[in-house]
Design a protein around this ligand. Structure first.
Ligand SMILES: NC(=O)c1ccc[n+]([C@@H]2O[C@H](COP(=O)([O-])OP(=O)(O)OC[C@H]3O[C@@H](n4cnc5c(N)ncnc54)[C@H](OP(=O)(O)O)[C@@H]3O)[C@@H](O)[C@H]2O)c1
Length: 268
């Protein structure tokens, strides 16, 4: 396939590397121009292009930018994107980072908001795995600890394409229903970033509480803002697993939680 990726940060570049390794042709763009992406190109094998060309004629488009910037994407961005080409939305809404967006503050499903802004259907995927896990924790099919990720959307064919891509990348995937149900793995829910297996994922999705998720999200974001940039991402995953009720008998998880709390509170 020819795949376009908008955003060349943690998630955009991780996906670019995977897709290139899987022999796809990968175009990647940010807002500052291809000349700023030579390191990303070297590391991932993707071809940097202008934002105006990233969706042109591609078979799949990925949006991997902060949600607050979606409305400022060029108006004609999708003019030459074939109607049959799926768009993957990796975005998460964090008011602390994105500022307040009224519709989502009122409870609009995040990817439905993105779809509304773009004027095209989207598939929600890759939003609930930290970039470090995405980059390093892919495993062959059938492996005991293979991570499972939910995929939502209203177009079954598009969902199947993303599910099959995930499998090739080293992840199990679960069809999590229509886009309207994708709030089950937005920030602040149990399925947000705990690297679950395919056995664990369904019950995590089921336990999501739509009313309580925004408060949990904001509390987590405040804590994250106090962490140094080099705080180990896998410690965060351990804490996410613990809060989701996984690994409660593993001492390593409680050590990760203590480490997080001490780092946030230090100096007392
Ligand atoms: N980090 C994670 O572990 C993770 C995991 C899952 C999902 N997500 C979600 O995925 C999205 C991207 O996260 P990230 O961590 O990859 O962000 P990031 O590292 O900050 O990278 C964002 C990228 O988007 C580009 N960008 C920003 N505004 C743009 C615009 N208007 N047009 C084109 N490119 C633009 C930035 O480049 P320039 O600013 O140079 O243009 C940068 O390359 C977010 O919604 C995030 O919540 C993140």
């Amino acid at each position: 396939m020819k795949i376009g990726i908008i955003g060349a940060g943690n998630i955009g570049s991780a996906l670019a590397g995977y897709f290139h390794k899987l022999q796809h042709t990968v175009l990647i763009a940010n807002s500052r121009g291809p000349e700023t992406l030579s390191k990303v190109a070297q590391e991932t094998g993707a071809t940097p292009v202008n934002i105006s060309g990233v969706a042109k004629g591609v078979d799949l488009l990925v949006i991997a930018i902060p949600m607050k910037n979606v409305p400022s994407l060029p108006n004609d961005l999708l003019a030459n994107l074939p109607v049959a080409s799926p768009i993957i939305d990796t975005g998460n809404y964090y008011p602390l980072r994105d500022g307040h967006i009224t519709e989502m503050d009122k409870g609009m499903v995040e990817s439905e908001w993105t779809s509304h802004i773009l004027g095209r259907p989207v598939i929600k995927a890759f939003n609930n795995i930290v970039a470090d896990s995405l980059l390093h924790k892919g495993l062959p099919k059938g492996s005991k600890n293979r991570i499972a990720l939910p995929v939502s959307g209203d177009d079954v064919r598009a969902k199947q394409l993303v599910i099959s891509l995930l499998d090739q990348m080293g992840f199990d995937a679960m069809d999590a229903g229509p886009l309207s149900e994708s709030w089950h793995y937005q920030p602040g829910t149990p399925a947000y970033c705990p690297d679950p297996t395919i056995r664990q994922l369904p019950s995590l999705l089921k336990r999501a509480n739509r009313d309580k998720a925004p408060a949990s999200r904001d509390q987590a974001a405040k804590m994250m803002a106090k962490l140094p940039a080099d705080f180990p991402p896998q410690e965060l995953v351990r804490v996410a697993r613990l809060s989701a009720g996984l690994d409660i008998l593993k001492p390593r998880s409680w050590i990760a939680l203590l480490r997080l709390v001490f780092t946030v509170l230090w100096p007392f």
